[in-house]
Design a protein around this ligand. Structure first.
Ligand code: SF4
Length: 395
C-alpha cells in the first residue's frame, strides 16, 4: 500500500497509508457516507437527477442509516444502480459486542480493510442522556503511557464515513433492539474513543458537518464534545471552525510528570495548552471539561490537587476525576477511590466544579482501546512515529 509521511505542525511525523480525502479522491468509487451535503448535490446533478433527490439521498444515508442502496425505495432503481456504480456504501461490520451490567455496550467494528475499531454506548436513563463514545483513528500516535490504544501505534485515520458510520450503526442497533427512543436514540456524542481526534482534523470536521446537519442526524453542538490530549494549534482551529465543546485530557499538573505520561506534552507544554484553552471561544455558560485520571503515587498528591485547582481556575472549567482502569502490561495503578473523592472535595472547596466520573463498563473492558487491543492489530508504536521533540514515550 502506498504510504506517505504526514507532518502535523512540523512536529509529529506519522507514516500513514493514504486514506481519507486523498484515498477517496483516488478511489474510483468513493464512500458515499464520506461525502458532504454539497458533494451529494453535485453527484446528483452529475447523474442528471432533480436537485431534491440530493436531500432524499442524504436523509437515507444520515437520518435513516441505510446500509445499502436497495433500502432507498423512493429512489428509482435506475438511479440506485448508478449510485452503486459511482460510489460505494460500505457499512462497518459488527465484529463483537459486549454488554455491561450497567447498560454500557461496547461495539467492536471491522472496517472494509479489516481494521478493528470500537465505540462505547453509555446510557444514563436518569438524566435522559444516551451517549456514544466515538473513535477517530485506528490506533493512535500519541503514545500515552497508560493507554491500551497508545500501545498499538497509529495504523491509519478513519474516513468521515467510518466516523459517522459508528453513530449511524449504533442508532440503528438501538432502534432494532428497542433500547432507544427514536428516531435518533443517541442524544450525545463524545469523541474520546480510539485515536486523537484533532490528529485527524479534516475527517473529524467533515464528520461533524454531517452529524450536525439538519438534514442529517441533527445533533446539537451543545451535545457534542471533542477530546484532545493537547494538540494546541488544532484546538485553536476547532474553536474557530466549530461550536462543539472541548474536553482536555490533562492527567498531570507539572510538565515533568506530563512529559512522561503524555508525550505530546514534550511539544506543547501545560502553559501553552492552558493558553489555548483560555482563547477557546466559549458560549455563555459553557465550560471546558478537564479529564484527570488518577494514578497512584504519580499525580495524586495534595500538591497536585493544589496545582490542578490553580490551573483550571484560569478558564470556565469542570473537572472529571477518573479512577484509572488498570491495563495489563502497563505500569500504572489506580489511586484508591477515597483519593479520587478527596480530589473532588478539594477542588469543590477551591471553587472548581468537579465530579468523579463513573467508570462505565468495568466488567467489559470499556477503557479506551481495551477491546480493540484485545483482538486487534495490537503492535507497539513504530520507531519514528513520534519524532523530534515529541520522542517515543517512556524516555
Ligand atoms: S489516551 Fe487518547 S490520545 Fe492518548 S494514546 Fe490513548 S487514544 Fe491516544
Amino acid at each position: 500500500m502506498e504510504r506517505r509521511t504526514w507532518r502535523v505542525d512540523g512536529v509529529v511525523n506519522v507514516n500513514l497509508p493514504i486514506v481519507g480525502a486523498e484515498a477517496e479522491a483516488a478511489s474510483a468509487r468513493p464512500d458515499i457516507r464520506s461525502l458532504s451535503r454539497g458533494e451529494i448535490a453535485a453527484l446528483v446533478a452529475r447523474l442528471g437527477e432533480k436537485p431534491f433527490r440530493a436531500g432524499q439521498l442524504f436523509k437515507w444515508l444520515h437520518q435513516k442509516y441505510a446500509l445499502s442502496f436497495d433500502e432507498m425505495t423512493d429512489l428509482s432503481k435506475a438511479f440506485r444502480a448508478r449510485l452503486a456504480e459511482e460510489t460505494r456504501l460500505e457499512p462497518l461490520v459488527l465484529d463483537k459486542e459486549q454488554r455491561s451490567s450497567d447498560g454500557t455496550i461496547k461495539f467492536r467494528w471491522k472496517t472494509g480493510d479489516g481494521k478493528l475499531i470500537e465505540s462505547v454506548y453509555m446510557p444514563d436513563e436518569e438524566r435522559g442522556r444516551f451517549t456514544l463514545c466515538v473513535s477517530t483513528q485506528v490506533g493512535c500516535a500519541m503514545g500515552c503511557g497508560f493507554c491500551a490504544t497508545g500501545t498499538m501505534g497509529l495504523s491509519r485515520n478513519l474516513t468521515p464515513g467510518e466516523i459517522v458510520g459508528q453513530v449511524h450503526q449504533v442508532n440503528r442497533f438501538l432502534l432494532e433492539e428497542g433500547l432507544g427512543r427514536g428516531p435518533r436514540p443517541l442524544t450525545n456524542l463524545v469523541f474520546m474513543g480510539m485515536g486523537e481526534p484533532l490528529h485527524n482534523y479534516e475527517n473529524l470536521k467533515a464528520s461533524l458537518d454531517v452529524l450536525l446537519a439538519e438534514e442529517g442526524p441533527n445533533f446539537s453542538h451543545r451535545h457534542v464534545t471533542v477530546s484532545t490530549a493537547g494538540l494546541v494549534p488544532q484546538i485553536e482551529r476547532l474553536g474557530k471552525e466549530t461550536d462543539v465543546k472541548l474536553a482536555v485530557s490533562l492527567n498531570a499538573t507539572t510538565d515533568e510528570v506530563r512529559d512522561r505520561v503524555m508525550p505530546v506534552n514534550r511539544r506543547w507544554k501545560i502553559a501553552e495548552l492552558m493558553e489555548a484553552c483560555r482563547k477557546f471561544p466559549m458560549k455563555i455558560g459553557r465550560r471546558i471539561t478537564f479529564e484527570y485520571v488518577l494514578f497512584a503515587g504519580i499525580n495524586d498528591t495534595d500538591e497536585d490537587l493544589e496545582r490542578l485547582a490553580k490551573l483550571v481556575r484560569q478558564v470556565p472549567a469542570k473537572v472529571n476525576l477518573i479512577q484509572y482502569n488498570r491495563n495489563e502490561g502497563l505500569p500504572y495503578e489506580p489511586s484508591p477511590p477515597e483519593r479520587v473523592q478527596h480530589f473532588v472535595d478539594g477542588l469543590m472547596k477551591r471553587g472548581v466544579q468537579a465530579m468523579a466520573r463513573k467508570n462505565r463498563g468495568r466488567d467489559i473492558l470499556a477503557a479506551c482501546g481495551q477491546l480493540a487491543a484485545e483482538g486487534g492489530p495490537g503492535r507497539r508504536p513504530a520507531k519514528g512515529i513520534l519524532t523530534g521533540q515529541l520522542a517515543p514515550r517512556g524516555g
